[in-house]
Design a binder for this molecule. Structure first.
Ligand SMILES: Nc1nc2c(ncn2[C@@H]2O[C@H](COP(=O)(O)OP(=O)(O)OP(=O)(O)O)[C@@H](O)[C@H]2O)c(=O)[nH]1
Ligand SMILES: [Zn+2]
Length: 182
């Protein structure tokens, strides 16, 4: 944390500000803490995230948690991107504690990411922590690197999808998932 704060102190200096100015005195420490938090996904495992919250259940119909908000950092510019994740799966004898789906989202969002990989990692993680007949994930994202700099498009949104198991080759299942999250 001290090293990170020192890096931020230097950044403040390099951009032409005075790190000893009263308003900026504690900024390096605050910014370090904020970045540490926003990248906390590197310092937790999937197992720690899910714990023991896998339960027996014979329900086989699709389970969906939709509109889980996330904040991530684009790996190209280290600027935020954010939006909503919807996760669905087909249970096969076991179900996952609902909050754990949201915790899995945070586990992979709080890293340097591209939206496509975030989508894929969430999909694979759900399939890893419980038996399923398939997992589907859809993410919407607004990227500050496309809004506040660069191409400066304020209204574009990115949608990404990942599937596994029966979702990969059953258009009706995909359609059911997409209809439920709309
Ligand atoms: N596929 C994908 N691209 C992303 C994501 N986040 C940012 N990018 C893109 O990463 C690309 C990096 O392109 P470069 O040409 O190397 O960088 P740049 O000169 O800053 O590009 P501009 O943003 O076009 O100014 C840009 O097109 C960004 O829009 C993401 O989650 N997924
Ligand atoms: Zn970017």
């Amino acid at each position: 944390m001290a090293r990170l704060a020192e890096c931020y102190r230097q950044i403040i200096e390099i951009i032409g500000e005075d790190p000893s100015r009263e308003g900026l005195l504690r900024t390096p420490a605050r910014a370090a803490k904020a970045l540490w938090y926003a990248t906390g996904g590197y310092r937790r495992s999937l197992q720690q995230t899910v714990g023991d919250a896998v339960f027996e259940c014979q329900q086989r119909e699709m389970v969906i948690v939709r509109d889980i908000e996330y904040h991530s950092l684009c790996e190209h510019h280290i600027l935020p991107f954010y939006g909503h994740v919807s996760v669905g799966y087909l249970p096969k004898g076991k179900i996952l504690g609902l909050s754990k789906l949201a915790r899995i989202v945070d586990l992979y969002a709080r890293r340097l990411q591209v939206q496509e990989r975030l989508t894929d990692e969430i999909c694979k993680a759900v399939a890893r922590v419980l038996p399923t007949d398939g997992v589907m994930v859809s993410i919407t994202g607004e990227h500050l690197c496309m809004k506040m700099r660069g191409v400066e498009k304020q209204d574009s949104a990115t949608v990404t999808v990942a599937t596994s198991g029966r979702f990969a080759d059953d258009p009706a299942l995909r359609a059911e998932f997409m209809a439920s999250i709309r």
